[in-house]
Design a protein around this ligand. Structure first.
Ligand code: CP
Length: 301
């Protein structure tokens, strides 16, 4: 496969993907969503490895669901049950699977900044399932798909992304993609969770201002990535930056509540709000499957 073809089939991030490319993935996702047949085996001769070097529930299983719905042959790799535990590197692990004949790899990595280099050394398309705090392109694609479904268009939408921006690959991928479609992204976060390098692209606003948007996207406080002292207490965070029942009750009726999940219930979002009428949290998860079908088809067709 030529380098150009390989690049066209891979999906490392949305920052460098054109609006047209994103639109074409979303259109194809709509096609797969409308498909009545549960399994359409267009990828039955393709082998895909899902390589998760960091934990996942939604992304890992929705990729597997998407691949199986397209009839692909699926290999699931989990770092905890592999030779990574014996010290094997990410590169050697991926190269091993490539040498066995996989046609594409889906990969989640803990560190940022190694995916591009890794992809440059491989001869099969790679799909980013989340790399550090860099990008989570398929999450943002399913977010855009969900917003488009609700509002018909992304042009002119106001989207507030609230919470742990500094550690969030979701915030970054959504930001890069939404701006290509003429949506306005606002951030809201305590100073310790802000990402100064993103300030030229999205304004930081107060919680009161953030609640006025068409979409209110709450982010998980990534406790596992925080140095001690960044977060005083869950109660304090909830009071200042949580989507509480009281705040949710004051939202405009058309405002869509989103969250990439997993959710820290009663920290960044109240338990009762997670499944309220305005929440699209579980719809986002459903939409992840047709979106990932479109991405896998693009990688392997
Ligand atoms: N939204 C998301 O990436 O969830 P997982 O970490 O469970 O895959």
């Amino acid at each position: 496969m030529t380098m150009t073809k390989l690049k066209e089939r891979s999906l490392l991030g949305l920052k460098d993907l054109s609006r047209q490319e994103i639109e074409s993935i979303l259109d194809r996702a709509a096609y797969w969503e409308a498909q009545q047949e549960k399994v359409v085996p267009v990828l039955s001769t393709s082998f895909v490895a899902n390589m998760f070097f960091e934990n996942s529930t939604r992304t890992r299983f929705s990729f597997e669901m998407a691949e199986k719905r397209l009839g692909a042959q699926v290999l699931n790799f989990s770092a905890a049950a592999s030779s990574v535990e014996k010290g094997e590197s990410i590169y050697d692990t991926v190269k091993t699977l490539e040498s066995m004949g996989i046609d594409a790899g889906v990969i989640r990595l803990k560190p940022s900044g190694v995916l591009e280099e890794l992809a440059g050394k491989l001869t099969v398309p790679l799909i980013n399932a989340g790399d550090g705090n860099n990008e989570h392109p398929t999450q943002a694609l399913l977010d855009l798909f969900t917003m488009k479904r609700k509002f018909g268009t992304l042009q002119g939408l106001t989207v507030s992304i609230i919470g742990d921006i500094s550690h969030s690959r979701v915030a970054r991928s959504d930001l890069w993609a939404l701006k290509k479609f003429g949506a306005e992204v606002k951030f809201c976060a305590p100073r310790s969770m802000q990402a100064p390098e993103l300030e030229p692209y999205a304004q930081y606003v107060s919680m009161e201002e953030a609640m006025k948007s068409d979409v209110v996207m709450m982010l998980r406080v990534q406790l596992e990535r925080h140095e001690t002292g960044m977060l005083k207490s869950a109660e304090e965070y909830r009071a200042q930056y949580g989507l509480t029942v009281e705040r949710a009750a004051k939202l405009s009726k058309h405002t869509l509540i989103m969250h990439p999940a997993p959710v820290n219930r009663n920290v960044e979002i109240d338990d009762a709000v997670v499944e309220c009428e305005q929440s699209a949290i579980f719809t986002q998860m459903s939409n992840g499957v047709p979106v990932r079908m479109a991405v896998m088809e693009r990688a392997l067709k």
